[in-house]
Ligand binder design. Structure first.
Ligand code: NAD
Length: 484
């Protein structure tokens, strides 16, 4: 079945203003999946107008947070009711395994909505009586939010932005990634049916560097830009936003270290490390794509790690037994393979994987096997640049200080993953690690109350809990004299 994907502007589903479209493909077999509106500057402008009008004149921004929460809960319920359908769309659109779509990402969409709905309704406000003066803080919504999201966890990451933006009373223009447009539209449909007022959520489609993204980042009627994507795109968005002093929250790339000490419980460290790089096919910003193993256990660890990598089921993401699906598109597969070739030029050894899967079970899909590279140092480009695929670069170390120095020697600073049974060392490392998130003996667990973001070129600002409230509102100090 193929889909026709239009913009949602106000209450209206529209083709691009000039009628242009582009094709989106199923990464499992490269077949045509959707014809998508190729947004123009006029489309971006119209969506901002709809969001601006809804914000300035509609009920949303003035509703009590608990009233907004009721609607967002109804949207979350609709997501739960359509979990199978949304999971299937996500899996066919982006190659995400059906297990991950239906057991992790789509449930997390509903959780994003419920969490921020409740958070906004329950958030505490400060008030300071001070003799004749009473001072307090108001958190009015910021206004119109541009939300620009990537393809690697389409609806989960879109709602990581939409949910807090809406819960705190803003209106939104969402631009999903062109590779994965399907779930955003189905979600928007469900949201309208569940009672979200007209113009509160608008969706435009198209390519970043092209016309539709222009207004989203440079129109002065936009009050906040929340972006998730590559660090290179982040720079362009920051430059565009600077002209209007528009605040930007940017969640960008990563090259996170996964450190395994010789006292680690390998029954935990091996499967977690496998998940940290091959889960989501390595197309995960938080991937532990630099695996640092302490010298004494290098051989024992690698034997088990490589064996586990070779036994991962790579195939049709619609099959519940599949663990590793296809890469998102041909161009991306070429980029990933280019890095494997580079690794070899840099002196690295491909221990397993390293070339496209072209057998009948995988061709003509965009399949690449779990790949492990040894023999490089942290100064190689392979170890410094984000590959965003199923490619693990293994590095050795001897001491805690050396591990930390290598981990922090990166332009990125998104996550750190650590396996040790030494509690003091775990705390020492967490305190000195230049990373927005540190996981100890685990991976990928998220408490939405905590700050999420990155250091260095991995991020600007934090979202989550009160951090999202600060970004999506315009905190205002009010002081009143009580006597005449
Ligand atoms: P990308 O930067 O190519 O695109 C992201 C989004 O930005 C897309 O919607 C794209 O169309 C849009 N875009 C591109 N150029 C633009 C421009 N000039 N102006 C406005 N919008 C523009 O990233 P991608 O390939 O879709 O996603 C992969 C990247 O995202 C990786 O680097 C990954 O690490 C990162 N990522 C980060 C996080 C995080 O939370 N830190 C999460 C997921 C993905």
């Amino acid at each position: 079945m193929t889909h026709t994907i239009h913009h949602l502007i106000g209450n209206e589903w529209r083709a691009a203003s000039d009628g242009a479209s582009f094709d989106s493909h199923d990464p499992h077999d490269g077949s045509h999946l959707a014809t998508v509106a190729r947004g123009t500057a006029e489309d971006g402008d119209a969506a901002i107008t709809a969001a601006r009008t809804a914000f300035d004149e509609g009920p949303w921004a003035r509703m009590a947070p608990k009233e907004r929460a009721k609607i967002l809960h109804a949207v979350a319920d609709a997501v739960d009711d359509h979990r199978a359908e949304l999971s299937d769309l996500e899996t066919r659109d982006g190659g995400k395994t059906i297990t991950q779509s239906s057991h992790a990402e789509i449930p997390r969409v509903a959780h994003n909505l419920r969490f921020f709905a409740d958070y906004a309704a329950m958030a505490e406000n400060e008030a300071y009586p001070d003799g004749d003066l009473l001072s307090y803080t108001l958190y009015p919504p910021a206004g119109v939010v541009s939300a620009i999201s990537p393809w690697n966890a389409p609806l989960m990451l879109a709602t990581w932005k939409i949910a807090p933006a809406l819960a705190f009373g803003n209106t939104v223009v969402l631009k999903p990634a062109p590779q994965t447009p399907l779930t955003a539209n189905r979600f928007a449909e469900l949201a309208l049916e569940a009672g979200l007022p007209e113009g509160v959520l608008n969706v435009v489609h198209g390519f970043g560097g092209e016309a539709v993204a222009g207004p989203l980042t440079s129109d002065p009627r936009v009050d906040r830009i929340t972006f998730t994507g590559s660090s290179a795109t982040g720079v362009k968005i920051l430059q565009a936003a600077a002209a209007n002093h528009t605040p930007v929250s940017a969640e960008m790339g990563g090259k996170s270290a996964n450190i395994v000490f010789d006292d680690a419980d390998l029954d935990i460290a091996v499967p977690m490390s496998i998940r940290a790089i091959f889960g989501g096919n390595g197309q995960v910003c938080l991937s532990g794509s630099r695996l640092l193993v302490q010298s004494g256990i290098m051989d024992a660890f690698l034997d088990r790690f490589v064996d586990a990598a070779q036994n991962l089921a790579v195939g049709d993401p619609k099959d519940p037994a599949t663990v590793v699906g296809p890469l998102i598109e041909e161009k991306h597969l070429e980029k990933v393979h280019g890095y494997v070739e580079l690794a070899q030029e840099e002196g690295g050894k491909v221990v397993t994987g390293g070339s496209r899967l072209t057998d009948p079970a995988h061709a003509p899909g965009f399949y690449y096997p779990p790949t492990v590279i040894t023999g490089l140092t942290n100064s190689s480009r392979t170890a410094r640049e984000e590959i965003f695929g199923p490619v693990e670069t293994v590095l050795g170390f001897d001491t805690e200080d050396e591990a930390l120095r290598i981990a922090n020697d990166s332009p990125y600073g998104l996550a750190g993953i650590l396996f040790t049974q030494n509690l003091s060392r775990a705390h020492r490392m967490a305190a000195r690690w230049r990373a927005g998130t540190v996981w100890i003996n685990t991976f990928f667990e998220r408490d939405l109350r905590l700050p999420f973001g990155g250091e260095g070129i991995s991020g600007l600002g934090r979202e989550g809990g009160r951090y999202s409230r600060e970004f999506f509102t315009e905190p205002r100090a009010v002081t009143i004299r009580l006597s005449r």
